[in-house]
Design a protein around this ligand. Structure first.
Ligand code: TYD
Ligand code: MG
Length: 460
C-alpha cells in the first residue's frame, strides 16, 4: 500500500488529544482555545523493521575530543553559554523587541566569521539592505558571513544543507512558517513546527542553530515558551531601554551552568562588554543620603554589588501605596511585615517605594536584609554607613538566615573598597579567615537594626 501524504491534525496542548478538524474546545479534556495545528508525517517503514542508526556504545568509549565549542572570544557571551556554542546545539535567545537581539547576534556572527567559521544569518524580519545598514555600524563584514532573507522553513533548511555552515542564526523564529500549515507565522503551531525542523537540522547535520524569539509583555506570542522545552540552551537578553546596558542571562543550559549573566553596553557602534558591572552600578551613588543600602547578589557564579533605594513616607490619602521595582513584590511586602512585627517599625501607615538602582532586577532572597535596612534608614531618616554592605535572608520570625557562597560576596565587596559587612551570623562564623573586611554577624533583624542605628532601642 502506498503511504498516504502528510496530513494536518489539531492537537490539544493540554491533554494531547487530536482531531482532524479545528475545534474551539478540546474534544478530549474540554479546555478552550488550546487546539494547535500540527503536521503528521506517515512512517514509511514500521518501527520494528528499521535498523537503528548506530548501536549502543559504552558511555566511557564516547569520544568527545572532536567537540570543540565555537568561541566568539567575547567573554561575556562565551561565559553565559558555558564556554562557547556547542556544535549541533540549539540555542534560543529571547527578549523584548528592540532590546538589541539582532545587534548581539550580528556581532557574534562577525566575531565567529572573522575566525574563518562559516555563518548563515537568516532574517525574516529585515531586508538585506537594512541588515547591511546595521552591519555597517559594526565594521566591515567578514568573508564567511552569509545572509539569507527568507521566511519559508523549507527554503531555510535547503540553504543550510547546501551551504553547510558552522552556525545558523534565525532572526526570528516567529517570522518562519511552513506553507502547508494554514496558521499565521508566529502562532504556536508554526513556531513549534519550525522549531522542530531546525532542531532536526542541528542534530542531524551538525550546525549549531541560534533562534531569536520575541517575548511580548501580553504574551501574545506563546511560541517561545514551547521552544524553551525543545532547545538545549535558553538565554534572555534584557535591560531597561532607558539605560544603555543590557544583560544576557541563561535560564537553561544543558552544557553549562544556568543563571550566568553577562553585561553589555549598547553604544552607537554596537554592544561592548562590561567586565566590571558592580562598579557600573555604584558609579552614581549618592553617599550620605538616607534610604539607600548596598547588598551583594549572586547572579550565576558572579557576585554583583547592588544598590537598593527605599523611600518611606507618611500616607496622606487613602490606602498606603507600595511601589516595588526590580524586586519581587510579595517578598518586599513580607519584609515590610517582618519590619513592623519584629522590629517595631510602624510601616502600615506609610507609603513605601523600593527600587533597585540601574534598572536591574534581582530575585535572590540574600538581598532581604539590604531591603530591610534601606527601608529602616528611610523611615528614620538616618543614612547608613557608606562603607558597609548588607546581605542575608530574612525569615518570618525576624531571624537572619545564611545565604550561599558568602565568601564570594564578601570578596567582591572588599575588591570595591568596602570596609564592613553585615551578614548572617551563620555565614560570618565560616569566614573568620577573611582579613581587611570587618565581618559583623547578626542573628535577628532587630540586632541588625540596633547595629545600624545605635541611637534607637531595639524592641525584639
Ligand atoms: P536591534 O538589534 O534591532 O533589536 P532587536 O533585534 O532586539 O529588535 O536593535 C535595537 C536598538 O539598538 C535600536 O533601537 C537601535 C539600537 N542600536 C544602537 O544603539 N547601536 C547600534 O550599534 C545598533 C546596531 C543598534
Ligand atoms: Mg531584530
Amino acid at each position: 500500500m502506498k503511504p498516504s501524504r502528510e496530513k494536518i491534525v489539531y492537537v490539544c496542548q493540554e491533554c494531547g488529544a487530536d482531531s482532524p478538524k479545528w475545534a474551539g474546545q478540546c474534544p478530549g479534556c474540554g479546555v478552550w482555545n488550546r487546539m494547535v495545528e500540527e503536521t503528521r508525517r506517515p512512517a514509511t517503514v514500521a518501527k520494528s523493521f528499521q535498523t537503528p542508526a548506530a548501536p549502543p556504545v559504552r558511555l566511557r568509549d564516547v569520544d568527545i575530543s572532536a567537540v570543540s565549542r565555537l568561541q566568539a572570544d567575547w567573554s561575556e557571551w562565551d561565559t553565559v553559554l558555558g564556554g562557547g556554542i556547542v556544535p549541533g546545539s540549539l540555542i534560543l535567545v529571547g527578549g523584548d523587541p528592540g532590546i538589541g537581539k539582532s545587534t548581539l547576534l550580528m556581532q557574534v556572527a562577525f566575531r565567529l566569521a572573522a575566525q574563518g567559521r562559516k555563518i548563515l544569518y537568516v532574517s525574516g524580519e529585515e531586508s538585506g539592505a537594512q541588515i547591511k545598514l546595521r552591519a555597517n555600524r559594526l565594521g566591515q563584514p567578514p568573508e564567511q558571513l552569509y545572509l539569507f532573507c527568507e521566511t519559508d522553513i523549507e527554503a531555510v533548511l535547503d540553504a543550510a544543507r547546501n551551504l553547510n555552515p558552522d552556525l545558523v542564526i534565525v532572526d526570528s523564529i516567529q517570522t518562519l512558517s511552513r506553507a502547508e500549515l494554514s496558521s499565521v507565522p508566529g502562532s504556536v503551531g508554526q513556531v513549534r513546527e519550525c522549531g522542530a525542523a531546525l532542531m532536526g537540522l542541528a542534530k542531524n547535520h551538525g550546525p549549531a542553530v541560534v533562534l531569536v524569539g520575541h517575548v511580548t509583555k501580553e504574551g501574545v506570542l506563546a511560541g517561545p515558551r514551547i521552544l524553551e522545552h525543545m532547545v538545549d540552551t535558553v538565554v534572555y537578553f534584557e535591560g531597561d531601554r532607558q539605560f544603555g546596558y543590557r544583560m544576557l542571562r541563561s535560564v537553561k543550559n544543558r552544557f553549562g551552568a544556568t543563571h550566568e549573566v553577562g553585561f553589555f553596553d549598547m553604544r552607537s557602534d554596537g554592544l561592548t562588554q562590561i567586565g566590571d558591572p558592580s562598579r557600573l552600578f555604584l558609579q552614581d551613588r549618592h553617599i550620605g543620603s538616607s534610604g539607600t543600602a548596598i547588598g551583594v547578589s549572586l547572579e550565576g557564579t558572579r557576585p554583583l554589588l547592588i544598590e537598593i533605594q527605599a523611600l518611606v513616607a507618611q500616607t496622606h490619602f487613602g490606602l498606603p501605596q507600595r511601589r516595588i521595582s526590580g524586586l519581587d513584590y510579595n517578598r518586599s511586602i513580607l519584609i515590610m511585615a517582618v519590619l513592623e512585627r519584629r522590629a517595631g517599625l510602624p510601616l502600615g501607615t506609610q507609603d513605601a517605594f523600593v527600587s533597585v538602582v540601574g534598572g536591574m532586577s534581582v530575585t535572590e532572597p540574600a538581598l532581604d536584609l539590604t531591603v530591610a535596612v534601606a527601608m529602616a534608614s528611610s523611615f528614620r531618616d538616618i543614612p547608613l554607613d557608606s562603607e558597609t554592605v548588607f546581605f542575608g535572608e530574612i525569615g518570618l520570625g525576624g531571624e537572619i538566615r545564611g545565604v550561599s557562597q558568602p565568601e564570594r560576596r564578601v570578596q567582591e565587596a572588599r575588591q570595591l573598597g568596602f570596609k564592613r559587612c553585615l551578614l548572617p551570623a551563620h555565614n560570618a562564623k565560616v569566614l573568620a579567615h577573611i582579613q581587611d573586611v570587618d565581618l559583623v554577624g547578626v542573628d535577628t533583624l532587630g540586632q541588625a537594626l540596633a547595629l545600624c542605628f545605635p541611637e534607637f532601642k531595639k524592641r525584639n
